[in-house]
Design a protein around this ligand. Structure first.
Ligand code: WQD
Length: 332
């Protein structure tokens, strides 16, 4: 199969391209490089011995997208491209709606024009908002707290509507929990432009002295140690979940949302202590007040992924902490 990967030089996209190539797929990547580097393509080739075709292209550039879709016939699209910083989305909502929503509409127009019927979408557990209870199932109530989360839910709704109207269309909406870690080689890793907001990159910045210390946002939640619980999942497990979803999306029609998590909840302090133990390091940190919009606990019910995709996460917290640190050290 030949797969088109939007945002394929990004964190999760690049790891998924590696797994696709290792599974015998042909791959074409397009990315506007707003939050990644073209050198990731060289690293993917080094890891797999195969070089995906690459186009530097923005989703909203129709001429560029016509060039991409004219370059080969694609059996499916895996759609990662999109802005993903929660805080930035609050400050610049129109930038997020134009890029994430309008860009996706252009992508869908191109798929229709060139006869591509299968789409895997990079959704997020953020569509669950602050869940009433855990583990979160795919039938849990949906609600969003910020423009970034609203773009994810809007795109899910758009894809459900397209699948309802067009019986030849097939889409799988993969709801990621908290992706961390990187390829065990350390060659490709989370390498965001600007200041990362997520916990693991901030732990690493604190250890490396790039920030004075990690700020732990709140230790007065109703959890076993007072800090928030999340479902951290190794990005390589996440990538393999996309390969598993490919078999499903090309052999079914309609739309389905599927959680990609480990099903295990882990507190902020538990992740921090694991990171210290595995890497034999100290993480300087202090406790501050709660961060607005944080949920006390979010972790996945993973039974549907097992049932429909035959996929479960195999890597644990120690793997995530070891690989994240190795990737950070190798990629400066
Ligand atoms: C995790 C926990 C923080 C930083 C977000 C997006 C979600 C998805 C994953 C894209 C929370 C605490 C964090 C810090 C801290 N991204 N924390 N100090 O908020 O669960 O999810 O990223 O799809 O859509 O919403 O992830 O890593 O920001 O926070 O104490 O410096 O770590 O309070 O409890 P989150 P996170």
């Amino acid at each position: 199969m030949h797969i088109l990967v939007s945002g394929g030089t990004g964190f999760i996209g690049s790891h998924t391209v590696v797994e696709l190539l290792n599974n015998g797929c042909d791959v074409t990547v397009f990315d506007n490089l707003s939050n990644s580097k073209a050198t990731v393509i060289d690293k993917i080739e080094k890891l797999t011995g195969k070089r995906p075709a690459f186009f530097k292209c923005d989703m909203n550039n129709k001429a560029g997208m016509n060039r991409v879709f004219s370059s080969a016939h694609f059996d499916a699209v895996i759609h990662f491209a999109g802005y993903k910083a929660v805080g930035e989305s609050v400050e610049k909502p129109l930038m997020y709606y134009e890029n994430n929503i309008c860009g996706t509409l252009v992508l869908l127009d191109m798929m229709k024009k060139y006869g591509v019927e299968n789409l895997i979408f990079s959704s997020s557990a953020t569509v669950y908002g602050i869940p009433e209870k855990c583990p979160v199932t795919e039938s849990s109530p949906l609600s969003t707290l910020n423009p970034y989360g609203r773009t994810k839910l809007m795109i899910e709704d758009i894809l459900r509507d397209v699948a309802s109207a067009d019986k030849t269309f097939s889409t799988v909406l993969l709801r990621y929990f908290n992706p961390v870690g990187c390829h065990p080689s350390g060659l490709i890793s989370e390498d965001p432009n600007g200041i990362p907001n997520n916990l693991m990159p901030r732990i690493i910045q604190a250890v490396r002295g790039q920030i004075p210390e990690l700020t732990v946002f709140g230790d007065d939640y109703d959890t076993r140690d007072g800090t928030c619980i999340r479902d951290y999942i190794h990005v390589v497990d996440l990538a393999k979940g996309h390969v598993a979803a490919l078999d499903y999306v090309t052999s079914h029609k309609g739309s389905v949302a599927i959680n990609l998590g480990t099903g295990n909840g882990c507190t902020v302090l538990e992740l921090l202590k694991s990171f210290e133990r595995v890497n034999n390091l100290k993480v300087p940190y202090s406790i501050a007040g709660r961060r607005e919009g944080d949920s006390p606990a979010v972790y996945a019910d993973t039974s549907l992924a097992k049932e429909l995709l035959g996929w479960t996460a195999g890597l644990g917290l120690d793997d995530m902490c070891r690989d994240a640190w190795k990737g950070a050290c190798m990629n400066g």
